[in-house]
Ligand binder design. Sequence first.
Ligand code: SF4
Length: 216
Amino acid sequence: MYTTTNILPKDKKLLYEGTLLPLMEQFYTIQGEGFNTGKAAYFIRLGGCDVGCHWCDVKESWDASIHPLTKTKEVLQQVLAHSAKAVVVTGGEPLMYNLTALTRELKASYIETFIETSGAYKLTGEWDWICLSPKKTMLPLQEIYNKANELKIIVYNKHDFIWAEEEAKKVNPDCYLYLQPEWSKRNGVGPLIVDYVKANPKWMISLQTHKYINIP
Ligand code: SF4
């Protein structure tokens, strides 16, 4: 969903087709959290999100209209200018857009495609790894619970352990389960997560390691 009213009709068509996307930032770094922690990955962050998490650490992504509409082919050229073998598409909420063209172009260049999503919108694109991080304000669609490779629950307070168990019942049996402290609460909930994972070893802890080593 792109809310700018003065967007050109031809751009609306390309946005709908997914060959033009609101690009907030792109950078080559190390994936810091979840299953793929430690792997080099090129991040593509798309603008636009209406999920409204109060603790969101990328609120500047919410308004899609302030992020330039960028051709997927230009994004691909940037990816290929680096040594990246994997791309993480994130946001914002990237599934507000049709990601078919972007992932097709990436896969044609033998780049692995990873997505980080709240799951609140229909799945588009072809993915090697789906990290589902559900939010209470807009629950995921069942098709994404079914396809998720990884369920990542952000733990802000004690109630989130109950929420995590409810969400874990909805994913497929092969899905990895992660609890990740919300960054501003890490000192408080971190030890609680350690105890919880020790008592419930189907869960694993995910840390935002990139923030500890000051990389994006
Ligand atoms: S879904 Fe992600 S980008 Fe959107 S408000 Fe929540 S944390 Fe922020």
